[in-house]
Design a protein around this ligand. Structure first.
Ligand code: APR
Length: 256
C-alpha cells in the first residue's frame, strides 16, 4: 500500500507506462468540492434509506420525499466546482491517455472540469435534469422546483401526464444500456484502471474495475477508507484524492 505524496509518483509512473488508462469514480472525488458522499461516517445521506424505483412509482409520498431530498442535495451541491482530482483526470483525458471516465456520480463535475460529455460515462444518470418515465420527455429542474414548492406535489409530465423523475438511476431501476455497453468496452480495452473515491459496494457499477482486473489490467484503488475490492487491487492508496492526484493535473492554461 502506498500513501500520500509518494503515491502520486507511483501512480504517475503506472500511467506513464500504460497504453490506455480508464478512471472509475465515485462520490469520494466530489467531497473536496463540498458534496458529501453516501457512506462516509459523516455523510448526511447515511440517515436516508434510498427510495427504490418501485416505491417511487407506487407511492405519491415516496415521490414527494424523493423530490424533497433531491432539492436538498441540489442546495448542498449548488456552486460546487471541480477540484484537483477532477482536474487531474481531465488532464489525462486531454492528453489522450484516458479515453473516458466511468462515473457513478451525477454531479456533472467531470464535465465541468473540461472532459467532453461524450467522454464521461454516467452509469447512475445525471442529476441536472428530469425525464418523464412514460414518454422520456426532458423536464427542467427549476420549473419543477417552483411548482413543487407551490403545491407540494411531485411533478407529472406536461406532455403525457406520466411520472417525472430526476434523470438519475435509483436502486431497482434499469441501468442505462448505452452507458453500460461503453463502460464494459472500456474496462476490456484498458490496461490500467484507477478506482477513485468509491466504496465499491454498489453493483453492477463496481463490477467494472473487477472486469478490467480479470481482463489483465492493473487495478489501482485510491480511497480514504478500505474498500470491498482492496484484496483484488495491484495497488491500494489510502489518502485524499486531491493530494494524491493533484500533481497529475497539468497547470491550468495561464489566464491572460
Ligand atoms: N479522498 C479519498 N477518498 C474519499 C474522499 C477524499 N477526499 N472523500 C470520500 N472518500 C471515500 C470514502 O471513504 C468512501 O469510501 O470515497 C468513498 C465514497 O463511497 P460512497 O459514499 O459509497 O460513494 P460511491 O461508492 O460513489 O457510492 C456508489 O451508491 O448510493 C449509491 O448511487 C449512489 O452512485 C452512488 C453509489
Amino acid at each position: 500500500m502506498a500513501s500520500g505524496r509518494d503515491a502520486a509518483s507511483v501512480i504517475a509512473r503506472l500511467i506513464e507506462r500504460a497504453r490506455t488508462v480508464v478512471a472509475f469514480t465515485g462520490a469520494g472525488i466530489s467531497t473536496e468540492s463540498g458534496i458529501p458522499d453516501f457512506r462516509s461516517p459523516d455523510s448526511p445521506w447515511l440517515a436516508n434509506r434510498p427510495i427504490d424505483f418501485d416505491l417511487f412509482v407506487a407511492s405519491p409520498e415516496a415521490r414527494r420525499e424523493a423530490w424533497r431530498r433531491k432539492f436538498a442535495m441540489d442546495d448542498i451541491a449548488r456552486g460546487a466546482k471541480p477540484n484537483a482530482g477532477h482536474r487531474a483526470l481531465a488532464s489525462l483525458v486531454a492528453a489522450g491517455k484516458m479515453p473516458a471516465v466511468i462515473t457513478q456520480n451525477i454531479d456533472g463535475l467531470h464535465q465541468a472540469a473540461g472532459i467532453p460529455p461524450d467522454q464521461v460515462i454516467e452509469l447512475h444518470g445525471n442529476g441536472t435534469y428530469a425525464t418523464c418515465l412514460a414518454c422520456g420527455l426532458r423536464h427542467e429542474l427549476d420549473a419543477i422546483r417552483t411548482a413543487f414548492e407551490a403545491t407540494g406535489e411531485a411533478p407529472t409530465c406536461r406532455h403525457c401526464g406520466g411520472l417525472v423523475k430526476s434523470a438519475t438511476v435509483s436502486f431497482g431501476q434499469g441501468m442505462p444500456e448505452e452507458a453500460m455497453r461503453r463502460a464494459r468496452e472500456l474496462a476490456l480495452a484498458c490496461d490500467l484502471i484507477l478506482a477513485v473515491g468509491s466504496s465499491l459496494v454498489v453493483y453492477p457499477a463496481a463490477g467494472f474495475p473487477l472486469l478490467a482486473k480479470r481482463n489483465g489490467a492493473t487495478l489501482v484503488i485510491l480511497n480514504r477508507e478500505p474498500t470491498e475490492l482492496d484484496c483484488m487491487a495491484d495497488l491500494v492508496v489510502q489518502g485524499e484524492i486531491g493530494q494524491v492526484l493533484g500533481p497529475l493535473a497539468s497547470p491550468s492554461p495561464a489566464t491572460h
